[in-house]
Design a protein around this ligand. Structure first.
Ligand code: G6P
Length: 364
């Protein structure tokens, strides 16, 4: 590979620390001087803006980014959105919603399942299709009606990091464009304003690395770890668990915190570690109830929250800086990426080339 690791031990480490820069680069491509967004392939009045429903298909980490964006499309742009794993999408008889537009999300643009979902969708009467992709000239880019590149730069580590946050950045810009098209100018402008603060916020969060390294050393001998989140932090919990599985081979599972009582609570005892993503938002009180349920069963808790978080019992709290709610999912994945990386490092695993996995899976 022509890309060098520089001062870093692994590509994944380099790619995690590169995120303030890769996001800045993504923003630079589409944010204009007058603080409006311009997507060259989605000009004013493009058919995309007339969609009444958005269907996203993707795999792996890209699927998790899509899951986060579903909350944004619906809450901020009032656009119904569904997300499906590409291989499932292609293999079932589905009923296409009225005026639905298909989005594929992919780092490589070569994932066979996603490509085959796109081809399948063309027979189904979608308004059109758009790919959000990191690789110019890839098959997905070539075969899609429209394309937005994520501009995260080449990603080499098999476990995807900077392309995830670049995807989320593009998706949030897309939501801002739809809000603007629907004349919800305030939401649209607010997104842009907050996105501008994102690279510095991530820089600040990366400074928590020493603390996270210490926690990683304590967790590296665990056999199972449970991840919990609510709302748009639920897919962040899934992505955190995926990162850990991929590179440390620790069994990790993610649940929406509200589901705890419907099953996973049975797993909690003094040996179970639970990682909770809990920024200070309207769902915090509910999360605190979940924490109580885990504490009373002696589970070991690590909560990622912000400065104002307090809790009377003895749990581990990792305090992040104050973060605007709009960009909180993009920020809260950073400590989970670091955690997975440092756990795998302390276990001596092959971080950039985990066993059985490939960067781009070109078979179905
Ligand atoms: C593989 C990689 C994952 C990636 C997934 C989807 O499984 O190991 O890191 O998230 O493919 O890849 P894509 O290139 O479509 O985003």
């Amino acid at each position: 590979q022509s890309v060098k690791k520089g001062k870093y031990s692994h590509y994944m480490e380099k790619e995690i620390y590169e995120q303030p820069r890769s996001i800045k680069n993504t923003l630079k491509h589409y944010l204009q001087k007058n603080n409006t967004i311009y997507f060259p392939e989605l000009k004013k009045n493009n058919i995309f803006y007339h969609a009444e429903h958005i269907q996203i298909v993707a795999c792996g980490t890209s699927y998790n980014a899509a899951m986060v964006s579903r909350y944004w499309f619906e809450a901020l742009a009032n656009t119904p959105c569904d997300v499906e794993i590409a291989s499932e999408f292609s293999s079932r008889k589905l009923a296409v919603k009225r005026k639905s537009f298909l989005i594929t999300l992919s780092q490589s643009g070569e994932t066979a399942d996603t490509l085959s979902a796109l081809r399948h969708s063309k027979k189904l009467g979608y308004l059109g299709n758009l790919t959000i992709c990191n690789m110019e000239g890839s098959s997905l880019v070539k075969e899609s009606d429209f394309c937005i590149l994520t501009h995260a730069g080449i990603e080499i580590g098999v476990a995807s990091t900077k392309s995830f946050t670049a995807q989320l950045t593009v998706l949030l810009m897309l939501v801002s464009k739809i809000a603007n098209f629907k004349k919800n100018y305030l939401v649209s402008k607010n997104i842009i304003q907050v996105l501008n603060t994102l690279p510095d916020k991530i820089e600040e969060i990366l400074k928590k690395n020493e603390l996270i390294k210490t926690i990683a050393n304590k967790l590296s001998n665990k056999k199972n770890i449970l991840f919990l989140g609510r709302g748009e932090q639920y897919p962040i919990a899934i992505e955190g668990a995926l990162k850990l599985k991929e590179i440390s081979y620790i069994h990790a599972e993610a649940y929406p915190a509200g589901e705890l009582k419907h099953g996973p609570l049975a797993l909690i005892d003094k040996n179970m570690t639970v990682i909770i993503v809990a920024p200070n938002n309207a769902l915090l009180e509910k999360i605190k109830n979940n924490i109580k349920e885990i504490c009373s069963r002696e589970g070991i808790i690590y909560v990622f929250s912000d400065q104002d978080f307090d809790y009377e019992e003895n749990i581990n709290i990792i305090k992040l800086p104050y973060i605007e709610e709009l960009i909180a999912p993009i920020c809260y994945i950073i400590p989970l990426q670091l955690l997975a990386y440092y756990i795998a490092l302390s276990k001596g695993k092959d971080i950039d080339q985990p066993r059985h996995l490939a960067k781009s899976v070109t078979v179905e």
